[in-house]
Design a protein around this ligand. Structure first.
Ligand code: FE2
Length: 333
């Protein structure tokens, strides 16, 4: 039994929550399919953790971009790449700095065992090719060529959308599979999803657990919406909603305390979500924020923040004092 993670993207909160779940399940071996860095604020911490915790890791397009040159990146991803490169260079310990560049530069583009092939993107173009669920309708011929490149099982990440592709071609989301895919002789491409930036409308981190007979898709919450300011000590959710576990007594009380303290510094005429977004955007390294949106009103409010003037420096200092460093515990797994 082993776990496969991918697309951590410098999101340390998400990665530590996933590793806590892997530990809780007593899984010894972890494989990482790349994009360790890019977008998130903790690329070096994530790289160090992959180095110590993962048995093998593969190069993703963002790792490649930081090491060499961004290729086909949008402006936000490119800015994140250059920021990450600068952060690596700013490490004052020369040995640590060199070791990290060496580790990044030595990542292979493909792992091949008797049982499977693993790449970041696709067996045809291992670093860069996207295999999207929509391709089965818009470009079915692509699958003929891709399925010719491996014998039975191929693990990928890259799109941040977990699920199983069969040779049909067909695609099944984890939800449609009840989070478990039983292995047969049929060829399959398994997308393990993303730890740090899921893009399938489920905000929880994604990874898979592989046994001899099946692939289990696992989702782990690492934080959820407390800065919307709507939680109370009595908040409960429908049966089966993961927030009932995540916001257990150990987490809900302290979270509400923190949010209440923050509410006191929200200026007149502003909401807590607006203040939170403007605080994040005030950081010079941040060019894009993708907040949660469930209604048209959310979309309008989020867009309006982009045109708002910078926050007062005094208020920014006051907000920085509310920093909350947390260590993931049982409730976050
Ligand atoms: Fe990625």
């Amino acid at each position: 039994m082993f776990a496969i993670v991918s697309d951590i993207h410098g999101n340390l909160e998400a990665f530590t929550a996933v590793l806590a779940e892997i530990e809780r399940r007593a899984i010894q071996h972890v494989v990482c399919l790349g994009d360790i860095v890019g977008y998130g604020p903790n690329p070096m911490e994530c790289l160090d953790l992959v180095n110590t915790r993962c048995r093998a890791a593969i190069m993703g397009n963002h790792d490649f971009a930081v090491m060499y040159e961004p290729f086909n990146f949008n402006s936000g991803a490119e800015a994140a790449c250059f920021w990450t490169r600068k952060a690596f260079e700013a490490e004052s310990d020369a040995d640590k700095r060199a070791a990290r560049w060496k580790y990044l530069g030595n990542l292979p583009v493909r792992i091949r065992t008797n049982d499977f092939v693993a790449v970041h993107a696709s067996p045809r173009r291992p670093i860069n090719e996207y295999i999207f669920p929509d391709d089965i309708y818009t470009n079915p011929g692509k699958f003929v060529s891709i399925f010719e490149r491996f014998d039975r099982l191929c693990f990928v990440g890259h799109t941040h959308v977990p699920g199983v592709f069969l040779e049909g071609p067909d695609f099944y989301s984890p939800d449609e599979l009840d989070y478990k895919f039983e292995l047969t002789d049929e060829k399959a491409i398994i997308n393990v999803g993303s730890v740090g930036q899921p893009r399938d409308r489920d905000p929880r981190s994604s990874f898979v657990v592989v046994t001899d007979t099946a692939i289990e898709f696992v989702r782990v919450p690492y934080d959820e919406g407390s800065l919307a300011g709507t939680l109370t000590r009595d908040s409960r959710w429908p049966e089966g909603d993961f927030r009932n576990t995540y916001f257990g007594p150990e987490n809900l009380g302290p979270t509400v305390d923190r949010v209440e303290a923050l509410q006191k510094v929200v200026p007149d005429g502003m909401t807590l979500p607006e203040l939170a977004l403007r605080f994040v955007l005030a950081h010079p390294a941040v060019s894009v924020v993708i907040p949660g949106m469930r209604t048209a009103a959310h979309v309008r409010a989020n867009l309006a923040v982009g045109d708002a003037p910078p926050l007062d420096p005094g208020l920014l200092d006051e907000l920085r004092a509310h920093r909350w460093d947390r260590t993931p515990t049982a409730w976050s797994g």
